[in-house]
Design a protein. Structure first.
Length: 174
């Protein structure tokens, strides 16, 4: 969805990474969880923190700070996992995104959203839907479907399915 397609108020979940505020379309967010231990999966990219058990299902967890080139942060009482449903090539994937803290659900009117900045041809900013304005602050509105490439998502999906099969094998061998 481009800025031109946003003609009415839209709800977004705002969250912080370092000192920056980001937002996700609320329709992509399934739930927000307190931070829990994450099981590491070998041979995955650095931003892939591992997997968690969500009501019996394996959900990959990614660190958005690392994905965006920020430094990894210490976990605090405010650290949370935002469970999102993303779509790539017509396939839906559920994953958890680590955030320093969740702020609020905010209604952005169409006139409160500016187009994403164009930062030359070498930097990909396709994953930024726009820049929301609230008071004197800009909020980066993410297109979560475009944050990860199809190759990265394949690795994330593979990590989840490896843990699923290991869990099945463990149950069978008992």
């Amino acid at each position: 969805m481009s800025i031109a397609e946003i003609k009415e108020a839209t709800q977004h979940l705002t969250f912080k990474l370092d000192e920056e505020v980001f937002a996700l379309d609320i329709s992509k967010v399934r739930e927000v969880l307190e931070y829990t231990s994450v099981t590491k999966v070998p041979q995955t990219p650095g931003f892939m923190k591992g997997v968690i058990n969500l009501r019996g299902g394996v959900v990959p967890v990614v660190d958005l700070r690392l994905k965006f080139g920020m430094l990894e942060a210490e976990k605090t009482v405010n650290t949370c996992i935002i469970i999102v449903e993303i779509e790539l090539d017509g396939e839906k994937t559920v994953l958890g995104a680590l955030a320093d803290s969740v702020q609020e659900v905010h209604d952005f009117e169409a006139d409160q959203i500016e187009p994403a900045p164009k930062i030359g041809t070498k930097l990909n900013t396709d994953f930024i839907k726009g820049m929301g304005k609230r008071d004197d602050q800009f909020i980066m509105i993410l297109d979560i479907d475009k944050v990860f490439s199809s190759d990265e998502l394949a690795l994330v999906q593979d990590a989840g399915s490896v843990k699923d099969s290991e869990a099945s094998d463990a149950c069978i061998s008992k």
